[in-house]
Design a protein around this ligand. Structure first.
Ligand SMILES: Nc1ncnc2c1ncn2[C@@H]1O[C@H](COP(=O)(O)OP(=O)(O)OP(=O)(O)O)[C@@H](O)[C@H]1O
Length: 237
């Protein structure tokens, strides 16, 4: 059996100029597994995700995706993601946004229509993205993710802006990515119940540091991720 993880983070740390330190983080994610990242506002979840995507420099430690080291500013093969407030071309249609994201692939109508259908935007593919609501923008950004064959998907608060049906759909999509397609997913959310139903493992972050981590299945019937969250934070304060 291969010992290469979809993601390995070893002592990854980020120090901002204002003295804020995020990390060090130590974690592995296997193929076909979802890691749920939880923690209060400003805890460090997005910073960790940005480090994994190579958008933030590492001030210590290493990160590798399927054995390939992540280097800031250079694309790492096999990882893609959706950050908060996805950047889109407002004047372009949804389908043309997808084409613009993959200039070398010459996506045909069939591929863009299928990706848009999968994210529930099948009827609005020709409309300019500027007219899209937050939830629709999130869905379009997810269509971009689906058009890649990346083995590791980073999703920063992907349920933001989604309605209850959209949230259920998103959780099903993550299950499809992990269980059916064998991809690894890291998902951050403040919706602890959603994390509990979709993730295999959790990592709770507080004040820039990992606080507690484990397998969802080992939470047991009497402890929910929400209960663990409040009791763990009580110990921090
Ligand atoms: N560019 C930056 N310069 C200085 N400090 C920063 C920068 N980006 C983030 N931080 C700080 O790092 C800490 C972690 O921020 P981060 O955005 O990673 O938190 P988060 O857990 O994603 O929060 P939220 O749940 O609100 O999205 C915060 O204290 C934030 O102010």
């Amino acid at each position: 059996m291969s010992t290469t993880h979809a993601l390995s983070v070893t002592g990854a740390i980020r120090r901002y100029r204002n003295g804020t330190e995020i990390g060090p983080f130590q974690l592995d994610v296997r193929e076909g597994q979802c890691l749920g990242l939880v923690g209060s506002n400003g805890a460090g979840k997005s910073t960790l995700m940005r480090m994994i995507l190579g958008l933030e420099p590492l001030d210590g430690g290493t990160i590798s995706v399927a054995g390939n080291p992540v280097r800031r500013g250079r694309p790492t093969p096999g990882v893609t993601g959706m950050l908060e407030h996805p950047a889109l071309f407002g004047s372009l249609s949804a389908a043309d946004n997808l084409r613009a994201a993959f200039p070398s692939r010459r996506l045909g109508n069939h591929e863009t229509s299928e990706a848009l259908r999968r994210v529930g935007l099948g009827e609005v593919g020709r409309q300019p993205a500027a007219a899209f609501s937050l939830g629709m923008r999130q869905r379009l950004a997810l269509a971009r993710v689906l058009l890649t064959d990346a083995g590791l998907i980073v999703l920063d608060e992907p349920t933001n802006g989604l309605d209850p049906i959209g949230i259920r759909w998103l959780l099903d999509l993550v299950r499809d990515m992990t269980r059916a397609e064998g991809r690894a997913v890291i998902l951050s959310s403040h919706q602890l119940h959603d994390v509990q139903v979709v993730a295999d493992h959790y990592l709770m972050v507080a004040d820039g540091r990992p606080l507690v981590a484990g397998a969802i299945a080992e939470l047991g019937a009497i402890t929910t991720l929400e209960e663990l969250y409040f009791s763990s934070l009580d110990h921090v304060e």
